[in-house]
Write a protein that binds this ligand. Sequence first.
Ligand SMILES: [Zn+2]
Ligand SMILES: [Zn+2]
Length: 234
Amino acid sequence: YAPRAGCPLCTVASAPNPPALATPRVSCAHASGDPAPPQIIWKDDNVTAYVETNNPVSSKGHVIIALNLHVPSIYAFSSADIPLLVHIQSLGIHLLRSLDPASSSPPLRLSPAVPTTLQPPRCPEPFRIGFITPPFRDSKIPITDHVHAHAFIGPPHLAGWFRGVAYSSLAWYSIDDLIAEIRESTSNNRVKSSYPSSDHTTPTARPIDFVPSAGARSGGADGAEALVHPIPLP
Ligand SMILES: [Zn+2]
Ligand SMILES: [Zn+2]
């Protein structure tokens, strides 16, 4: 995955140091109406995170966690990337806690020692961490083809209806679900018990609910099967 020229996230990811740690530079870019430079709050070998200050969807906090590599699609993820996804999930929770005024956790320290566990915690309410799946994207954030997670403290009340579609169940792929999907696709647990709805308001639906004949049988009430080739009894 080579950097793509002109990709805003490749530019951010290639910044040598978080600006907070670098020498403050005199700039009038913000005053002249240009977007403020990204406020990078995390950088490690795999990801770079910054606070979305120009067009956050929530006034409580909106962080973008970008892969350092220019990976164009979340569908490039495989089971080998589960540790990375779990890292993004843990990091997102950690960063949102550091932004959340309602949280009493200690302030963020720039350290790569984010605890990752084998079974990640579900993203706690009201935090939301996930990806916007193509062809949807956040119309206010000029990133097109560089994989990045959005982490914000819900609800996305600053997004209007049009932008809100990208954060609705139509386009939103929560990182919890993505991790579960990849795990499921590489394990024997084919039937998942439930899909938590991404916005936590609509009823949950299970994949098996979409198979009309799942669990159905044809036969008599006495147990006699009417199938052409019934499974022979011992
Ligand atoms: Zn890029
Ligand atoms: Zn986005």
